[in-house]
Design a protein around this ligand. Sequence first.
Ligand SMILES: Cc1ncc(COP(=O)(O)O)c(C=O)c1O
Length: 349
Amino acid sequence: MPPPPACAFASDNAAGAHPLVLEALVDANNGHALAYGDDPWTRRCESLFDEVFGTPVTTLLAVNGTGANVLALAALLNQAEAVLCSDWSHINVDETGAPERVLGAKLIPLPSTGGRISVDAVIDACGALGNPHHAQPGVLSLTQSTEWGTCYSVDEIGALVEVAHARGLRVHLDGARIANAVAALGRGVEGLRDMVVATGVDAISFGGTKNGLFGAEAVVFLERDLAARAVFLRKQVNQLASKMRFISAQFCAMLEDARWLDWAGHANEMARTLHEATAPLLPAGAIHPPEVNSVFPVLPARAAETLREWCFFWDWDTSSGQYRWMTAWDTTPDDIARFAAGVAHVLGS
Ligand SMILES: Cc1ncc(COP(=O)(O)O)c(C=O)c1O
């Protein structure tokens, strides 16, 4: 069987943009509109975010996910404060130290299980509060869904927010894949409201790029007072796009008619199909059913090399021999059938 398209399972970041997003960009490419967000697409986008969250929020659009996280943290942090996050978090591992460099703030990585941190770990880290020799925990940052393709339950988020708020910390959610987590919960848009609004999260980086957008992210402030400074900080952290309408138009295409949940739900379903197709080919316990759109098989290193020369994917945890296969809004059952045939061939030989 021929291989699936190049990098078909490398990342949802490797996927193109949804055709409806490209259509929306073409429509927005019509004449002049005021720059920096003073345009009808941005107004529409902001009101769509209010509708989706079921409450008035302040939405600041951003250019990329690292920038959105830096902007959110910049708005939530006070001087001499630190960010508590998981040891596997994107802000800790994969942002080239941007939060530390740009914000001049320490990140305090906490031990995690499957990318999730526990209430006890947060309480322990808050032992530093009041000690003038220690950076003061000021923000708790959680990733939903996590870098390990797991999800915090609504109750877990609620409990983490409660201990954080009780100690004076603000809470940020890195929701680069929030759509996948909400789709996995299966309660439609209500799931987002339960997960983010009812739990008391202060601000969320709401991802678009991994869910069919060409390149667009948003920082949504539930605690709107915190957004007052963010309006200025956005320019300072290089996230104020002048032709904002092209970012807004992408989000409008994704948020209208709850498409964001359909697209992420499809990616999640394709990961389940990928798991079903490949689990019988691997030793028991070498791959677990996905919660969202990624699976993490343990593979023999030589087989993994052969397989990814044929269809590329990333290492994940070299200490445990785990790799990552990820699906996207555009993954097809045929891609999976072809990939599984390759896995069968390589592991069988
Ligand atoms: C959890 C998480 N947060 C944020 C990002 C955003 O990263 P980027 O700056 O590449 O858009 C990513 C991208 O992989 C991610 O996985």
